[in-house]
Design a protein around this ligand. Structure first.
Ligand SMILES: [Zn+2]
Length: 171
């Protein structure tokens, strides 16, 4: 049971960190990223809800672990991420036995991976829950990450009650 607080202007969110290893190459990259290689990826996923439950949680961290980390472990961990247009890499990876790969609709850059997790994976794994992923950060190295974030109009749909109350206050 959610406790709605339309008068509050505070947006609560939680962030869960997930780590996995994967291989990839960047199709049409000008230099070394065109070679098969891998990364120890780190993903930070930020989740918002409509207030908190009776315990005071946006959602229990274990649910994110089970659903989001579970998806990553099953699909991307120890797999090769390959762009669907990269037919040369696809035929190469299919020669290896056993093999694990994931065909992506876009080049597997950190940017595209973050966008894919935010737009495709998060709605799928959080289906039926009163939460949505607001932001996904994919760390390819300790120094470099890409951020995919829902534009505020999208997140406002979930917290519409709260936002309309804020608009009234500004008049
Ligand atoms: Zn790379």
């Amino acid at each position: 049971m959610l406790e709605h607080e339309p008068q509050s202007a505070t947006q609560l969110s939680i962030i869960r960190q997930v780590k996995f290893c994967a291989g990839h190459r960047l199709f049409r990259h000008e230099s070394k990223c065109a070679f098969f290689h891998g990364h120890n990826y780190r993903v930070d996923i930020e989740v918002i809800g409509n207030g908190v439950d009776s315990v005071g949680r946006v959602i229990d961290f274990s649910v994110i672990k089970k659903r989001f980390q579970g998806w990553l472990e099953e699909n991307w961990d120890h797999a090769f991420l390959i762009f669907q247009d990269d037919t040369n890499a696809l035929s190469a990876i299919r020669m290896v036995e056993p093999t694990k790969y994931f065909v992506m609709p876009c080049n597997p850059t950190a940017e595209n991976m973050a966008k894919y997790l935010l737009e495709q994976v998060a709605p799928h794994v959080f289906k039926g829950l009163d939460v949505m992923a607001k932001r996904v950060v994919v760390w390819e190295t300790d120094e470099a990450c890409a951020v995919a974030e829902k534009k505020s109009e999208t997140t406002n749909a979930l917290t519409g009650e709260l936002q309309s109350a804020v608009v009234v206050d500004r008049r």
